[in-house]
Design a protein. Structure first.
Length: 306
């Protein structure tokens, strides 16, 4: 099996690449390094600097002959999608279509797509199951949902198998300040520097925080499974408020943390918890990292960077 990871120099991709390396799977990473770092790609994994939107992608596919693709490359910022919907669509839809065409023309067997809890919008019934209504509140959520529909049509028309994984708020080592779970890396950096942290809204808004290593394990299970052409939530099925997150960080740091509250951000949802029962049942996947332990690892990583 030969696997391509798009966006593999990002923080989630770096966890996936390390897991595949441990499993002795031949792996190639492509990344345009706009947000990723070449140093995140582990030794033993081939790295190609390229953009999924580029014409070069077709040549890479013809040359490398991939069996499956883990598609992580994306614009992941809610606020960026609202400020610049064209940029969001260009990356998340047009870039994805360029990828799918390369898959179709080069006999790729399966695409694992990193979707998001953002596709559901500000849904009131939690935990959220995969079949619940999807009303995104941001262009980011909309672009992820739109690409899910493209995957289904590529399956129907071109027999390209897929697995959609809707991530909860992902966090962990090597994370940047944006995207899923970015609040944790932002907080960890500021707390390590002894600086105050800003909270948008009242801090009562909740998220389902999941460690990047558990996401990588879910991707690996999806690559191996015979369950295809379906959608799975990957989350802890645990609800944590931003205020609770600050309390855990205070315990880890061993000191009181100064907080400043501001108005809520446009497009942000208030509650988000994903039901993971389908992934547990069908993929044999379970998260293994308790939140506090994962935060200790993440805080330790960013403390060493200050």
């Amino acid at each position: 099996m030969k696997i391509l990871i798009t966006g593999g120099a990002g923080f989630i991709g770096s966890h996936v690449a390390r897991l595949l390396l441990r499993e002795q799977v031949e792996t190639v990473v492509i990344d345009n390094l706009n947000t990723g770092l070449a140093e995140n790609v582990p030794d033993g994994v081939k790295f190609i600097e390229a953009d999924v939107r580029s014409e070069e992608l077709a040549d890479i596919f013809r040359r490398e002959k991939f069996d499956a693709v883990v598609h992580l490359a994306a614009q992941t910022m809610v606020n960026v999608s609202l400020d610049n919907p064209f940029f969001d669509g260009e990356n998340n839809i047009l870039g994805g279509l360029n990828l799918l065409e390369s898959c179709r023309k080069n006999s790729v067997k399966r695409v694992i797509f990193a979707s998001s809890a953002a596709v559901y919008g500000d849904i009131k019934t939690v935990p959220i199951k995969e079949h619940y209504e999807k009303i995104p509140t941001s262009f980011y959520g909309l672009s992820k949902l739109t690409f899910e529909h493209y995957l289904e049509l590529y399956r129907k028309n071109f027999s390209l198998d897929y697995v959609v994984l809707r991530f909860a708020n992902v966090y962990g080592e090597r994370q940047g300040d944006g995207g899923e779970g970015g609040v944790i890396s932002i907080f960890a950096k500021l707390i390590a520097q002894g600086a105050p942290i800003n909270i948008f809204g009242d801090g009562g808004q909740t998220r389902d925080f999941i460690y990047a290593g558990d996401i990588a394990a879910g991707i690996w299970q999806a690559l191996k499974s015979d369950k295809v052409n379906t959608v799975y939530n990957l989350g802890n099925k645990e609800e944590t408020s931003i205020n609770q997150l600050v309390e855990i960080f205070a315990k880890i740091a061993g000191r009181k943390i100064e907080t400043k509250y501001g108005p809520p951000r446009t497009g942000d949802i208030y509650r988000s918890i994903l039901d993971n029962d389908r992934a547990v049942r069908d993929l044999g996947w379970r998260f293994s990292m308790p939140l506090e332990e994962g935060l200790i690892r993440t805080y330790g990583y960013f403390s060493g960077k200050t």
